[in-house]
Design a protein around this ligand. Structure first.
Ligand SMILES: Cc1cc2nc3c(=O)[nH]c(=O)nc-3n(C[C@H](O)[C@H](O)[C@H](O)COP(=O)(O)OP(=O)(O)OC[C@H]3O[C@@H](n4cnc5c(N)ncnc54)[C@H](O)[C@@H]3O)c2cc1C
Length: 398
């Protein structure tokens, strides 16, 4: 009889354990969780509502939301993706609803609904749960795995490693000892601190459609930008933090960010400006909050009472420059409270992404954030956990 150990009682571990037991009801499946709590990230996720997935139904579009692992995940999503997640929860009595920005939540808007669903599923199927069980070492003997759980040695013939993201590489030493390549873990999804910038006076203001890039980089991220009392946040900033995570870590989070406030080209800005003629500059023709518009005018020292037709070439260029390439100095980061993830982890070069089985050891599978996979905000991180958990569970039981 098969003995399957799932290391980690998070989203990926639960999905893996449930799928393994469903596929091989005779197998002994045990979740080993080092703390005394299960699914603790699910509980706090999405501001307590759990953003389960994203209503993105094209696999190639879905993959674009993963700064690390997108290309490789394509192979995994072919087996289980957004539609399957929605169906999976629906079949277990949990309906999801979609918000305007495509994020999907349980209709209860309570992360507890997801926890209750996963918890009742392991009870119904007979998956064992062992809390306060920390795995610290794996020894491989023939086809069997001996794992050190606290101070006890336990034997299994399949292992699913789903122990989540780790802030320090030392946390994954036990996997490096087995030969796994671990990509240095660093944070992703954070907001930018701007201690010296006066734009913080506008805290709470959102520019709805910006384009943001790190000075010197070619990559641009679009979306709303939120001004906070410590600097900048919002989707455009969070996406930049994710796609540039490695670069920003190398810069020790000291860099300059460049904002195009309405995400328009020079021609489009000029077209809008031409339309204004004798209107006063104080009336902002762009899709920008008025307080922000006044701040920008003050920044380039343009008199608000001037009309657009009175605006000379020099001032027009200064205005265009602040609208298109407004530069702010960033010094440090703040973790986004709604969602943060680890960039880095076990290298995907060690994994068969069709099955989630290790390429180094037959019978060992990986799932979730332990892998060098991370997504932007919007439900993509859980989707990666459900997908890789499902595949690891299914294939370990076959
Ligand atoms: C505040 C916050 C909000 C978030 N909100 C969202 C959201 O709304 N939508 C979204 O898509 N993503 C969200 N995320 C990201 C998402 O929560 C994670 O990507 C996801 O939980 C990863 O699941 P996992 O099972 O791989 O890891 P985890 O959830 O981290 O679970 C791993 C488990 O393994 C255990 N463990 C670790 N080491 C060992 C060991 N050696 N032995 C035994 N057990 C071990 C840990 O205690 C933990 O319980 C959020 C993250 C945070 C921090």
């Amino acid at each position: 009889m098969k003995r399957i150990a799932v290391i980690g009682g998070g989203a990926a571990g639960y999905m893996a354990a449930i799928t393994a037991k469903k596929n091989d009801p005779k197998a002994t499946v045990v979740i080993l969780e080092k703390t005394d709590k299960i699914l603790s990230k699910v509980k706090i996720s999405g501001g307590g509502r759990c953003n389960v997935t994203n209503a993105c139904f094209s696999i190639s579009d879905l993959c674009k939301n993963y700064p690390r692992g997108g290309k490789e995940l394509k192979k995994s999503f072919c087996h289980f993706y957004t539609k399957d997640t929605i169906e999976w929860f629906k079949n277990r009595g949990v309906e999801l609803h979609t918000e305007k920005d495509n994020r999907m939540f349980p209709i209860s808007n309570q992360s507890q609904t997801i926890i209750d669903c996963l918890q009742s599923e392991i009870k119904r199927l007979g998956v064992r749960l062992s809390l306060k069980s920390m795995v610290s070492k794996i020894t491989i003997e023939n086809d069997d795995f001996t794992i050190m759980v606290n101070k006890e040695s336990l034997s299994f013939n399949k292992l699913i490693i789903a122990c989540g993201g780790t802030p320090k590489i030392s946390g994954l030493k036990w996997l490096q000892e087995l030969g796994y390549v671990v990509i240095d873990p660093i944070p992703s999804l954070f907001t930018f601190n701007m201690p010296t910038e006066s734009i913080k006076e506008l805290m709470g203001i959102v520019a709805p459609n910006t384009s943001v890039k790190i000075q010197g980089s070619k990559q641009k991220q679009n979306g709303p930008l939120l001004i906070t009392h410590w600097g900048m946040s919002g989707p455009a900033i969070l996406k930049t933090s994710a796609f540039e995570a490695r670069t920003l870590a190398n810069l020790n989070y000291q860099f300059k960010v460049q904002v195009n406030w309405s995400n328009l080209s020079e021609t489009d800005y000029l077209e809008k400006i031409e339309d204004q003629k004798n209107k006063k500059i104080v009336n902002n023709p762009f899709d920008l909050p008025n307080r922000l518009w006044l701040f920008l005018l003050k920044k380039v020292e343009i008199n608000m009472e001037t009309t657009w037709s009175q605006l000379g070439k020099k001032n027009k260029n200064r205005l265009l420059n602040v609208l298109m390439n407004d530069v702010y100095e960033v010094s440090g980061k703040t973790t986004f409270k709604e969602e943060f993830v680890t960039c880095g982890g076990v290298s995907l070069s060690n994994i068969d992404m069709q099955t989630m089985e290790s390429k180094l050891h037959t019978g060992i599978y990986f799932a979730g954030e332990i892998l060098d996979i991370d997504g932007v905000t919007g439900g993509f991180n859980f989707q990666a956990a459900w997908t890789t958990g499902f595949l690891a569970g299914k294939n370990s039981a076959s």
